[in-house]
Design a protein around this ligand. Structure first.
Ligand SMILES: CC(C)(COP(=O)(O)OP(=O)(O)OC[C@H]1O[C@@H](n2cnc3c(N)ncnc32)[C@H](O)[C@@H]1OP(=O)(O)O)[C@@H](O)C(=O)NCCC(=O)NCCS
Length: 315
């Protein structure tokens, strides 16, 4: 197997690999990612999004890895491989390139041996559970605890980005925020929300299924819902201001988001939750969310995993 820079790859050859990856996302997560791969390919050919290509001994492209360089290190955007050896070779070649620099990733565990390959190059990983709840079985709001007087729910309104950013800033502990807002600064949260609302990386935002909960007339929590395929809604974010947590607002938001998604035609709702977030997992399990697969949050200092006779490292 040979690993080379993917900039020289013919569009036709890579297209087949995107189609394979697309199918895997559909099978594993019911997530339609065709538009995402189109964006990746445009970035590869138009401005040189960095990436690597694995080619077999017959010269056929068989896998890829791409990443986005940034001021706080590279963000690994995806790894598409079909064998442990290919995964290891791609990740090792990436680490050779980024040697000594920090990098991060939030990617599905679809390529064989991905977690081990990331550990080998000096990365720590945290699994995130992919949970799914059927909306067909949802008969009545499963809320178990009445919410206080003064609590009202309202649909998402244009311009609520700032409200959501403020709620997120207040709700997440600093360590848990890093995935969304690297240093936890308010402007990073606003950028995160704006990207979620305007871009398709986490599905297409659905304002009609997204909810704000207010306490005494002030925003206290948000649930942001996207659509990742025709029938699969996705709870992209749910958060309650720290001083309002533990009073049933999270449950009320979940009730409202599930009901609105079902009214909008979705048949199921998915979400991703850190395996460390025991409180949120308990809440989701109560609402019928079941584990289907997992993603990996990864962070580390890229280090060479040593020479491999099966890899041609690239500079
Ligand atoms: C997760 C979150 C939205 C829950 O909102 P909330 O208003 O506190 O939740 P509720 O009061 O409706 O709690 C409902 C249930 O959730 C579970 N729960 C919520 N937070 C919990 C915690 N910190 N520890 C244990 N269980 C917790 C409990 O099962 C609780 O059941 P109970 O009524 O028997 O206590 C809120 O804690 C939050 O904003 N956390 C930070 C952001 C975050 O982690 N979001 C989820 C990302 S996937």
């Amino acid at each position: 197997m040979t690993i080379t820079d993917w900039s020289g790859a013919a569009p036709g050859a890579v297209a087949e690999l995107y189609a394979r990856e697309s199918q895997q996302w559909r099978d594993a997560f019911d997530w339609d990612t065709a538009a995402q791969w189109l964006e990746v390919e445009t970035a590869r050919t138009a401005w040189g999004l960095p990436g690597l290509l694995a080619t077999d001994d017959a010269g056929q492209p068989v896998g890829w890895l791409f990443y986005l360089p940034g001021p706080s290190g590279a963000q690994l955007g995806g790894v598409s491989a079909t064998t442990h050896t290919m995964t290891r070779a791609l990740v090792a070649a990436f680490a050779n390139r980024e040697q000594g620099r920090t990098f991060a990733a939030f990617i599905p565990a679809l390529s064989p041996g991905l977690e081990e390959a990331l550990h080998l190059v000096g990365c720590e990983t945290i699994p995130h559970l992919h949970l799914v709840a059927s909306l067909d079985r949802l008969t009545q709001p499963p809320m178990t605890r009445p919410v206080d007087a003064g609590i009202t729910l309202r649909p998402w309104r244009t311009g609520d980005d700032l409200v959501a950013a403020q709620v997120l800033l207040s709700s997440y502990a600093r360590d848990d925020a890093a995935l969304f807002a690297p240093t936890g600064a308010p402007d990073e949260w606003l950028t995160y929300v704006t990207n979620l609302v305007e871009q398709i990386g986490c599905g297409r935002f659905v304002p009609e299924s997204s909810v704000v909960v207010e306490r005494d007339g002030r925003p206290a929590g948000i649930a942001l819902v996207t659509l990742v395929s025709g029938a699969m809604a996705h709870l992209a974010q749910i958060a309650v201001m720290r001083d309002a947590q533990g009073r049933g607002l999270g449950g009320a938001l979940l009730d409202a988001a599930l009901g609105a998604a079902r009214a909008g035609g979705a048949r199921a709702m998915s979400l991703l939750v850190s395996s460390k977030n025991k409180g949120a997992i308990a809440l989701y399990r109560r609402y019928g969310f079941e584990p289907r697969g997992h993603f990996l949050e990864a962070r580390g200092l890229a280090s060479s995993s040593g020479p491999s006779d099966q890899v041609t490292p690239v500079g």
